[in-house]
Design a protein around this ligand. Structure first.
Ligand code: SF4
Length: 88
């Protein structure tokens, strides 16, 4: 996949300069037993209230959102709904 100029302009500069960084996923609250992974991948018409509430308390939420954006992920990352790495 290539990156277009318009894609780069939508990403904060530090995230471009440091696209790879370590995230301590072992601290992820969504990995706790009892969480439903589907809550983090809602359909466009679904809300993500539960996922956002868990993310709000997660100690790695900032890094999680950065990682999701840098890797063009879709779903709820750091409490933000991303589609191909962009907030929707
Ligand atoms: S911020 Fe949310 S999606 Fe990211 S690791 Fe934490 S609980 Fe999971």
């Amino acid at each position: 996949m290539t990156t277009s100029k318009s894609d780069l302009l939508s990403v904060p500069l530090p995230w471009i300069l440091i696209p790879e960084f370590d995230v301590n996923w072992r601290r992820a609250l969504c990995a706790a037993d009892g969480e439903n992974p589907e809550d983090w991948f809602p359909f466009p018409t679904e809300d993500f209230v539960h996922a956002a509430a868990v993310c709000a308390l997660c100690p790695i939420r900032v890094d999680c959102e950065r990682w999701g954006r840098a890797h063009r992920m879709s779903g709820v990352w750091g409490g933000v709904r991303l589609v191909d790495g962009r907030a929707k």
